[in-house]
Ligand binder design. Structure first.
Ligand code: M6R
Length: 615
């Protein structure tokens, strides 16, 4: 949460930092700010609101000068979103300035000590405590800015990605990370810092991703000097070539990132299985599995940990793994798993699923499992992310950057990777019939074109959205492989349209939720031909007898549900384990259109952020 950007070079920092903040706005968007140094003055401009509001304030103040700049877009943790709590924060002397993504957990005792020593605080933030702690060290120990940051950070508990600037040391920027991501872009006579590489990809393709516990001094004279926060020992930075391009992080003619990302799914799924799925040869190649196949063959249990949409993908994976690999699977919310005392054995495998690879709860669950001796396999989208690095092995989803806060292509590509894993293991284990294995491999190759066919129904789905956009509640029902899709459909609607929605296994309806059904209640029912179809049809009849409105997601050519339901959306026929890859698409589009019709901010829904790096 929170996005940080910085520039040090010969150009004007303002446009670079502002553009970078706009790209990082998905990380948090309740306030924004920038600090610029023009060789004489260090000026901070900040405001509650979005980066566009910051631009207006900067224009009014005419404060856009300087070739060193740091900027921040905030998702509030300590202190309400207002101008004062926005970043950057000055130190008391106003010589130092800081931006911070993360939480300093022991800020209260630190603040008390600083107040006792005469420091004054304007904001409620933990960040203002940190910058004054750094200043205090600088004054008392008479050491460089770099050393002061190092000493101060060693007194903190928590998570951070920070950038600190001292106007008396005008040629350098100090950055550090622990638990929150930080990338450094290395250009010619210029350097960039950011929470991810998107703010600087048009300027350089060379990036250094700081590891947890590392800091760097960045200056035009010396370049990037990386060291350990703990003891100051120098580290050789690894410069990575970036593979993302500008087109991938722009809207490309779509009104919203979410819509673009929904439409990218045929490609994203293909990119995810490309090179891995060799259907004609009957082979699945996945280095992370191939290299550790014995661990999977001997695993007594797979524990999947994730949050939100990734957790729903984990639930689909549970069905697929148990069906084909015949390994018991438990799917846990990472946040619950880490705070109980889970029984983890050495022959358990923990699969952590995360689009961003930065989710704090998932990261903590991994650390716990590792401490207890489990083998950890990461399924992430963001290359080089913290979770991918913390895992023993893993597989990337290759969905490309997902910028809309509501996850769409992350979900379908996660299911793709997890299905490939399950089938790869099943084949080796001999727990799947040869003919079925080959059938599934060939069918997976058909999924992208089938997703295209679902997308062609956009107009029908928009009409359904028009009919139900004013509903206060919505139920989603599905069974088997499609129960997690019902949960995912409900989450999508809630998070971007703020309509209350619940997902249930269809058969559970009679145990309670049926009481909610009346003529005001739309019920989205996933009723594809495979998977307890007749039972789901009975559920639809039960809803209709109570005057509920039914939106059926059905297999092409279905007649029975068409006669019963108020609306139907057709998806092509596929093998049952792959149905979630198709049935989820109309639910994404339905939420999207409802939110747009209600005038909601689809890509940046209220109170949310793309990567949740706080617990
Ligand atoms: O980056 P992750 O996959 O770890 O994120 C997990 C959740 O925060 C995320 O899926 C969230 O629920 C999305 N907003 C759902 O659309």
């Amino acid at each position: 949460m929170c996005g940080i950007v910085g520039y040090i070079g010969l150009k004007d920092a303002y446009p670079i930092v502002i553009k970078g903040l706009k790209r990082l706005e998905y990380r948090g968007y309740d306030s924004a700010g920038i600090a610029l140094f023009d060789g004489n003055n260090l000026e901070v401009t900040k405001t509650k609101g979005k980066v566009a509001d910051l631009e207006r304030v900067a224009l009014e103040k005419n404060s856009k000068k300087g070739s060193i700049g740091i900027g921040h877009t905030r998702w509030a943790t300590h202190g309400v979103p207002n101008d004062v709590n926005s970043h950057p924060h000055y130190s008391n002397s106003e010589n130092l300035v800081i931006i911070h993504n993360g939480i300093i957990e022991n800020y209260e005792p630190l603040k008390k000590e600083l107040v006792a020593r005469g420091y004054e605080f304007k904001s409620d933030t933990d960040t203002e405590v940190l910058i004054n702690l750094i200043e205090d060290v600088q004054i008392n120990e008479k050491v460089s800015l770099e050393k002061s940051v190092q000493i101060a950070l060693n007194q903190t508990i928590g998570a951070y990605a920070i950038a600190v600037f001292d106007k008396r040391q005008e040629d350098e920027l100090i950055v550090a990370r622990l638990g929150s991501p930080l990338a450094i872009g290395v250009g010619e006579n210029e350097f960039f810092i950011a929470s991810d590489a998107s703010p600087f990809i048009e300027y350089t393709s060379d990036a250094i991703y700081l590891e947890d516990g590392e800091m760097a001094k960045i200056s035009l004279n010396e370049g990037v000097v990386v060291s350990k926060i703990k003891d100051g020992v120098a580290v050789d930075p690894y410069i990575q070539k970036l593979k993302i391009n500008l087109e991938q992080i722009e809207k490309g003619g779509f009104d919203h990132f979410m819509l673009k990302e929904i439409y990218e799914q045929p490609h994203a799924i293909t990119d995810t299985y490309r090179g891995r799925l060799l259907a004609n040869e009957g082979v699945i190649k996945m280095a992370g599995i191939d290299d550790n196949i014995d661990k999977f063959l001997n695993a007594k249990r797979i524990i999947i940990v994730a949050c939100g949409t990734s957790w729903h993908a984990g639930l689909v994976a549970e069905y697929i793994f148990e069906e084909f690999s015949r390994i018991p699977v438990e799917v846990e919310y990472a946040s619950e798993f880490r705070y109980r005392n889970p029984i983890i054995n050495k022959d358990d495998i923990l699969i952590a699923i995360s689009q961003s690879g930065e989710t704090a709860d998932t990261m903590a669950a991994i650390k716990l499992a590792k401490q207890r001796g489990a083998f950890v396999f990461g399924v992430c989208n963001v290359v080089g992310s913290s979770i991918s690095r913390e895992s023993h092995a893993g597989a990337y989803t290759h969905a490309g950057p997902e910028i809309g806060v509501a996850s769409t292509k992350a979900f379908t590509t996660q299911i793709t990777v997890l299905a490939l894993m399950a089938l790869r293991i099943a084949k080796q284990k001999g727990s799947i019939a040869n003919s079925q294995y080959h059938y599934l491999l060939h069918e997976m190759e058909q999924i992208p074109s089938k997703v295209e066919k679902v997308l062609e129904q956009n107009d029908t789905i928009e009409k359904v959205a028009e009919a139900y956009k004013d509903s206060d509640n919505c139920l989603y029902l599905g069974r088997g492989f499609n129960f997690p899709v019902a949960l995912e459909g409900a989450l999508k609607l809630k998070e971007i349209s703020y309509i209350h929605a619940e997902g249930y296994p269809a058969a559970e309806m009679k145990h309670g939720p049926i009481a909610l059904i009346d003529e005001q209640m739309p019920v989205v029912v996933i009723a594809t031909k495979k998977g307890h179809y007749e039972k789901v049809v009975s559920n639809i009849q039960e809803i209709k007898s109570r005057k509920g409105k039914v939106i059926g997601v059905v297999t092409e050519g279905d007649i029975t549900v068409k006669e019963l339901a108020d609306h139907v959306i057709e998806v092509p026929e596929t093998l049952e384990p792959f149905t979630p890859l198709l049935t989820t698409i109309p639910l994404q589009l339905l939420s999207y259109h409802i939110a747009v019709k209600l005038g909601k901010n689809v890509d940046q829904p209220r109170n949310l952020a793309k990567s949740v790096t706080v617990e």
